[in-house]
Design a protein around this ligand. Structure first.
Ligand SMILES: NC(=O)c1ccc[n+]([C@@H]2O[C@H](COP(=O)([O-])OP(=O)(O)OC[C@H]3O[C@@H](n4cnc5c(N)ncnc54)[C@H](OP(=O)(O)O)[C@@H]3O)[C@@H](O)[C@H]2O)c1
Length: 297
């Protein structure tokens, strides 16, 4: 057991909201005693507030603001947006000053270690900063979120309600897909069950299911009876676009990540390494997550 019971989550967005909800669920068994959410506005989030989350409004450029919000907190879980990852540097400095014992980096995607391009460059810079200030950290590599990527994010190429799909690359390379709810479950389990020494400066690999894009689309069509119209972008086209436009969203992020997956970098780890720290994890399969079919965990 880590003994960590008080948590602050920075950013109650796509994944942060799931992590906050999972932490709140653990009030019941006593493994979590306090959940603070850091946001730049205290408006909204009424459902989370009603369940016991304490919302603290912070300005990430005001160190004393963050230090005050983090008093008595054991673990900061960063769920800051991909476009604002650099604010984790002042957040980490304030966490150190406030006496926080552990920091979870905003990763939640492909393994970032050793990569010096795109979003990964920023993620590694923040990780180095945590080493420099000697604040222990963990990273959770999850692959793409199965319930996010295929649902409501048509700019990524998957417009399932209208039956249109763009597969960027071959679509034949296995990828680790994990549902947001399972990412939150695994993170909270690991943070509360492992010892501080076992959590220290460590990457964790998880996955709901390892499947190719084609396998997922085939299963989706079979189970729903819907026919998808699939078009393709070649790997050569992706490479050209990323090279020529490294800084825009469609090329520098979306197409760059499809190229990563084509190289096999969407796999979070060796099969014997993934989900290793919670044998009873039992995550949701990718198409079940797309269809909103969750077993009650
Ligand atoms: N693997 C996947 O499929 C996948 C999908 C999405 C995201 N991700 C990863 O998950 C992580 C979190 O992404 P997300 O989609 O959950 O984030 P998000 O919902 O876009 O944003 C999370 C929070 O970040 C805060 N934020 C945004 N801009 C900010 C700024 N300029 N300064 C300070 N705070 C700011 C906002 O909090 P407040 O407005 O409340 O302050 C927001 O609610 C990222 O590392 C991203 O790369 C992975």
């Amino acid at each position: 057991m880590s003994g960590y019971k008080t948590f602050a989550v920075a950013g109650a967005g796509d994944i942060g909201r799931f992590i906050i909800e999972e932490l709140l669920r653990h009030f019941q068994d006593g493994s979590v005693s306090k959940v603070v959410a850091l946001t730049r506005t205290s408006e909204g989030y009424d459902d989370l507030k009603a369940k016991g989350a304490l919302f603290e409004q912070v300005d990430y450029s005001n160190r004393s603001d963050i230090v005050a919000a983090l008093q008595g907190i054991d673990v900061v879980v960063s769920a800051i947006s991909g476009g604002a990852l650099a604010v984790q540097v002042p957040l980490a400095d304030a966490a150190k000053e406030a006496g926080v014992k552990h920091f979870v980096l905003s990763e939640y995607g492909n393994p970032s270690i050793g990569k010096s391009y795109g979003i990964f460059a920023v993620k590694n810079k923040v990780r180095q900063h945590l080493l420099d200030i000697d604040l222990p950290y963990s990273q959770f590599f999850t692959g793409p979120f199965s319930d996010w990527f295929f649902v409501g994010h048509e700019d990524w190429g998957f417009d399932l309600p209208n039956g249109k799909v763009i597969v960027r690359g071959s679509g034949n390379v296995p990828i680790s897909w994990t549902a947001s709810v399972d990412i939150a479950r695994y993170i909270v389990y690991v943070l509360t069950h492992l010892s501080p020494a076992d959590l220290r400066n460590k990457p964790f690999a998880l996955e709901g299911e390892r499947r190719t894009i084609h396998q997922i689309l085939e299963e989706y069509q079979r189970r729903t009876g819907k026919k998808l119209e699939i078009t393709y972008e070649t790997t050569e086209f992706l490479e050209k676009q990323v090279k020529e436009h490294p800084d825009d969203y469609e090329n520098g992020l979306i197409r760059m990540l499809f190229l990563e997956w084509e190289r096999g970098d969407g796999q979070t780890g060796a099969p014997e390494e993934v989900n290793k720290y919670w044998p009873e994890f039992n995550p949701t399969r990718a198409v079940d997550a797309i269809l909103g079919l969750y077993e009650s965990h």
